[in-house]
Write a protein that binds this ligand. Structure first.
Ligand code: SF4
Ligand code: SF4
Length: 482
C-alpha cells in the first residue's frame, strides 16, 4: 500500500506519514538517506547563506505543494518548495552544490505562491534569493548558459540599450520577417531560447512623451515619484503614459525622472546581488525626496519594497535610507485606493479577465485594489480566471532561461483565460502581458490586452469601448492616453 502526501500524490514505498511529518521528506522522496550527506562543512559560503532559522520554519506539512507550478507540472518533491528547502538544508550541512541541486533551484519560478499558501509563514522569498546568490557565486554554468545570462543581463536592465533595440525591432516587425523566422525550417535550427525571445517581443508603436513633472489636475493631493523602469519604459511606454495621466487626474503631481530606470528586480530575483544593490542605490537617489514612490510593474514594486533588507549590510546611512524608502513605495493601484478616487469615470461596457501577476498578488498581497478600481468603471464586468493563483510562466526572465516549463505554464494560463469568455485581458506586469499574449497566439488567438491604468485612462478620457479594444488588440505602444 502506498502513502500519499497532502496533495494526493503517492510517496515512495516505505514512506509513512510519521516519517514525512518528522523531517527530511525530500530525502525520502528522492530515496536519499534521511541523515544529511556531505562533509559537515557548509556547501554555502558565509555571505548571507539561506538562514538556518528561516529554513527551520518549514514543518514539511506540504500545504504549499499544490500551489507550486513546477510541482503541479512534474509532481517531483525536489521541484516543490518543501523539496527546495530540503536541498538548502542538505547543502548547508555539507552536501555539494552540484548540477542537479542547482537545477532544482533554477527551475523555481520565484512566483511566491508558496509564500501565500504556507500556514507556517516560511519566508521562501528570502531563502531562494539568498540561495540564488550562492549559486551565482559557486555553481559552474555551461558556456551556453553563461553566454545567455550575460546577454540578458547586459541588455534588459539598461533602458538606453533597450531603446536602441527598439529601432531594429520595429523594422523587423514592419518588414514581417517573423513569418520567415517562425517557419518550421528556421525554428528547427534556431536555439530554443532565441526562438522564445523572438516570439515574446512585444509589438511596438509610437512612444508617447512623458514630462519630467506632470502637474496635478485640480487640487494637488500628493507629490509622487514615478519609476519609468527598464522593460516597461522601453517596450510599454504607453502604460507609463496612462499611469501618469490617471495619477494626475486623481490629484497627484507626478515626478518621473528620465534617469530612474531599472530598480534591480531582474538582477535581484536572479541572485545577482551586486547588480541589484547598485540599481537599488541609484533608484533611491533618483526618487528619495518625494512623498510616495509609485510603481506600475509588479516585479519592480516587490523588489523596491525589499530595499531595506537588500541593503542591510551597506555602510550607513544606506540601510536606514533604504528602509524609509521602501516604506514609501506603493503599487499604483494601492496608492489610488489609499487616496480614494475622485476623477469621473465614463462607462466602458466590457468584460475583463483580470490576471493577477505573482509579484503583485503573492509577493505584495495586492489583489483587492486592482479589482476595486476596475469595478469602479461603469459597465465593466470582471471575470476570475480559473487557477488564477498559478504562475503564467513569465517570472522575470524565467521564460527565456527555462523555455519549456514556461511554455507549458503559458499555454495552461492562456486556456484558462479563454475559458472566461472575456473580451479583454487586464494585467499589471509587462512580463505576464508578453507571456500570455504569446501563449494565446500559439493557440491561434489574438486577444486585446491592457494594463489596469490603460483601462482607467480610457474611462477617464471618455474613450469608447471600440477604441479601447482596438488599441489593446494592436499591442503595447498604441493606447495613447488623452
Ligand atoms: S516560488 Fe513558485 S515555483 Fe518556486 S517553490 Fe515557490 S511556488 Fe514553487
Ligand atoms: S514551506 Fe510552508 S507549506 Fe510548504 S511544507 Fe514548509 S511549512 Fe508546509
Amino acid at each position: 500500500m502506498t502513502t500519499q502526501d497532502v496533495t494526493g500524490h503517492d510517496l515512495p514505498p516505505g514512506t509513512t506519514h510519521a516519517t514525512v511529518g518528522d523531517r527530511e521528506p525530500g530525502a525520502l522522496a528522492l530515496g536519499l538517506p534521511s541523515g544529511l550527506p556531505g562533509s559537515g562543512a557548509s556547501g554555502f559560503d558565509s555571505h548571507h547563506p539561506p538562514e538556518a532559522a528561516l529554513r527551520g520554519d518549514c514543518v514539511h506539512c506540504g500545504f504549499c505543494l499544490p500551489t507550486c507550478p513546477t510541482y503541479v507540472l512534474w509532481g517531483e518533491e525536489m521541484d516543490s518548495p518543501r523539496g527546495r528547502i530540503h536541498l538548502m538544508n542538505v547543502v548547508a550541512e555539507g552536501a555539494p552544490l552540484d548540477d542537479a541541486t542547482a537545477r532544482h533551484w533554477d527551475q523555481c519560478l520565484g512566483c511566491m505562491a508558496c509564500v501565500t499558501a504556507c500556514p507556517s509563514g516560511v519566508q521562501y522569498d528570502k531563502l531562494i534569493e539568498a540561495t540564488r546568490a550562492q549559486v551565482e557565486r559557486h555553481h559552474e554554468r555551461t558556456w551556453r548558459e553563461r553566454l545567455q545570462r550575460a546577454a540578458i543581463f547586459s541588455l534588459f536592465p539598461y533602458p538606453r540599450r533597450l531603446r536602441a533595440a527598439r529601432g531594429p525591432l520595429r523594422a523587423y516587425q514592419a518588414l514581417r520577417l517573423a513569418s520567415i523566422v517562425r517557419s518550421p525550417v528556421v525554428q528547427r535550427v534556431l536555439p530554443r531560447q532565441l526562438a522564445t525571445m523572438e516570439a515574446l517581443a512585444p509589438r511596438l508603436g509610437p512612444v508617447p512623451e512623458i514630462a519630467d513633472v506632470t502637474p496635478a489636475v485640480g487640487t494637488k493631493r500628493r507629490t509622487v515619484g514615478f519609476l519609468r523602469g527598464c522593460v516597461q519604459g522601453a517596450f510599454f511606454p504607453d502604460v507609463n503614459a496612462a499611469t501618469v495621466q490617471v495619477l494626475a487626474a486623481e490629484g497627484c503631481e507626478v515626478h518621473a525622472p528620465r534617469t530612474a530606470g531599472c530598480c534591480g528586480a531582474l538582477s535581484g530575483h536572479a541572485g545577482r546581488e551586486d547588480d541589484a544593490i547598485r540599481f537599488a542605490k541609484r533608484t533611491i537617489d533618483q526618487l528619495d525626496a518625494l512623498d510616495s514612490v509609485v510603481v506600475n510593474a509588479a516585479g519592480c514594486g516587490s523588489q523596491m519594497k525589499d530595499y531595506g533588507y537588500l541593503l542591510r549590510d551597506e555602510p550607513s546611512p544606506w540601510p536606514q535610507r533604504a528602509t524609509a524608502f521602501s516604506e514609501r513605495v506603493r503599487d499604483v493601484t494601492e496608492l489610488l485606493v489609499e487616496l480614494g478616487t475622485v476623477a469621473p469615470r465614463h462607462p466602458l461596457p466590457v468584460t475583463i479577465a483580470y490576471h493577477d501577476a505573482c509579484h503583485l498578488a503573492h509577493a505584495q498581497g495586492i489583489r483587492a485594489q486592482p479589482r476595486a478600481l476596475l469595478a469602479e468603471v461603469p459597465g465593466v464586468t470582471v471575470r476570475e480566471i480559473p487557477e488564477g493563483d498559478l504562475c503564467c510562466g513569465s517570472a522575470g526572465v524565467y521564460n527565456l532561461l527555462q523555455p519549456e516549463p514556461a511554455a507549458q505554464l503559458g499555454e495552461r494560463k492562456a486556456r484558462n483565460v479563454l475559458a472566461t469568455g472575456a473580451e479583454l485581458l487586464v494585467t499589471a506586469n509587462p512580463g505576464c502581458w508578453m507571456q500570455v499574449t504569446t501563449a494565446l497566439a500559439g493557440l491561434g488567438h489574438r486577444m486585446p490586452v491592457a494594463h489596469p491604468m490603460q483601462l482607467l485612462a480610457a474611462s477617464i478620457g471618455g474613450k469608447s469601448r471600440e477604441q479601447l479594444l482596438t488599441a489593446a488588440l494592436d499591442g503595447p505602444g498604441t493606447l495613447a492616453p488623452g
